[in-house]
Design a protein around this ligand. Structure first.
Ligand SMILES: Cc1cc2nc3c(=O)[nH]c(=O)nc-3n(C[C@H](O)[C@H](O)[C@H](O)COP(=O)(O)OP(=O)(O)OC[C@H]3O[C@@H](n4cnc5c(N)ncnc54)[C@H](O)[C@@H]3O)c2cc1C
Length: 413
């Protein structure tokens, strides 16, 4: 490994790649250290029989203002602008249309109360109407959106995301992970499978200790997840404990995906969607034959994703097939084969889905994003004030941190 550089970037996910792209070509030596043996972090497209499937981010949220949309098109990637089928229940399976409408209306009413009458407790659950009949459905949606139950979600934080979102969601047939990994700049040094174990500040230098040697740099940008920052996998000086505390107030929720392969004839129509069970807070939500691929993507959040972690993927797949059989009929069991599953919660250098602020702790995002002594800079999805939990929020945070370093260097000069 090179033993000295101007700037080290820890983590090669969307934030680290964003920072590296911003710093490339500025005459500074930049080195990226990544714990995993691949680029992308929570952006990961895996080929299944030649089909690109996204185990992590898949949707270009706020797509009309999402910088990845522009980057994708400039690089020749196809952007699929079709409307998402999330808000449709194929064939009104599972419940009469009036029930689907009532559940949807309960979610809309909850969102509106949250924005217009934010609860004094800052607990998202306290914007739920007393005795709400559709609480299980609201908890399932909270799991997909925030990775955790409404009791643990800051209402102000949720509202900040919601107000900033343009609610346009587009996709990349080649995979969001493929795009992000392919945008790593060629002229920046990259060390994969090189986890940072200890960080010291020594006079004007930041020292980064890895199993492959020690790197000395003038400044470092940390883009690792809040799970990593709050835990003890990276040892660092006590002066950085306030950043650890901020990260602990922005935990990663649980989010996982399961892909079922469709074999032979089946009733599954391309680009359709079903919610598994209106009354189950751990229910999966199923995107059927995305792009016409012979797969069903099951998305799990909160209680449903914790089942993958706690009971294992075979149990989670069996549960998903049971839900689909209950909706489409028992004969679909023959057409469904467990194919691919994510394990974000069990990946040591990630540790979960995406960040949410705990009630009363929305301000932790700004605290986590603030630099330490013009030496350490913080990026990653959790540091974006409104676009947290997304790949474009991560990219923008990397760009912001890169600009902060460049400004600090010009002040030094
Ligand atoms: C199931 C799922 C679905 C999602 N869907 C969407 C979606 O549709 N749209 C969307 O916009 N977003 C989505 N997201 C969220 C999005 O993927 C993330 O917000 C984004 O990719 C985070 O990027 P990041 O760079 O902040 O963090 P990461 O991608 O976590 O990158 C940090 C990197 O740091 C590395 N690292 C950790 N510790 C060390 C260490 N000690 N030394 C060196 N390297 C280290 C990690 O291995 C990782 O590669 C989804 C996430 C999940 C899990």
């Amino acid at each position: 490994m090179t033993h000295a550089c101007d700037i080290a970037i820890i983590g090669a996910g969307a934030a680290g790649i964003g920072a590296a792209r911003r710093l490339a070509g500025r005459g500074l030596s930049v080195v990226v250290l990544e714990a995993l043996p691949r680029l992308g972090g929570r952006a990961s497209t895996v080929l299944m029989s030649g089909l690109p499937l996204d185990l992590g981010c898949g949707w270009l949220h706020s797509a009309d203002r999402n910088p990845w949309t522009r980057i994708a098109e400039a690089a020749g990637f196809v952007v699929d602008r079709r409307r998402s089928a999330w808000d449709q229940q194929f064939g009104d399976l599972g419940a009469p249309p009036a029930e689907w409408e009532a559940a949807g209306a309960a979610f809309d009413a909850w969102s509106q109360r949250l924005l217009e009458y934010p609860p004094a407790s800052d607990r998202a659950i306290d914007a739920v109407a007393p005795g709400e009949r559709w609480l299980a459905y609201l908890q399932a949606l909270s799991g997909y959106i925030s990775g955790d139950e409404l009791e643990r979600i800051s209402a102000a934080d949720y509202a900040a995301y919601d107000s900033a979102s343009t609610a346009l969601n587009w996709r990349l047939p080649a995979g969001y992970g493929t795009l992000i990994a392919s945008r790593f700049p060629a002229d920046v040094a990259l060390h994969l499978a090189t986890p940072l174990e200890r960080l010291d500040i020594n006079g004007p230098a930041v020292e980064l200790v890895t199993p492959r040697g020690t790197l000395r740099c003038r400044a470092a940008i940390l883009t690792v997840s809040t799970h990593m920052l709050a835990g003890d996998a990276i040892r660092w000086p006590a002066a950085l404990d306030p950043w650890r505390a901020a990260a602990a107030h922005l935990p990663l929720g649980c989010n996982e995906k399961l892909f079922l392969e469709i074999i032979g004839p089946s009733p599954f129509e391309a680009e359709t969607h079903v919610q598994g069970d209106l009354h189950d807070p751990a229910s999966g939500t199923y995107y059927i034959r995305p792009f016409g691929f012979p797969v069903i993507e099951c998305f799990l959040g909160g209680a449903g994703a914790r089942r993958v972690r706690d009971e294992g993927t075979p149990v989670a797949f069996a549960h998903a097939i049971d839900q689909l059989a209950a909706l489409f009929g028992g004969e679909v069991r023959r057409a469904l084969r467990p194919a691919l599953a994510s394990s974000w919660g069990a990946t040591p250098s990630i540790g979960g889905g995406y960040s949410h602020a705990l009630p009363g702790h929305r301000s932790a995002r700004a605290r986590l994003a603030s630099p330490y002594e013009d030496r350490l800079f913080f990026a990653g999805e959790a540091t974006h004030p409104t676009d947290f939990s997304t790949a474009h929020g991560a990219l923008l945070s990397g760009i912001r941190a890169a600009d902060e370093v460049a400004e600090a260097f010009s002040r030094e000069r």
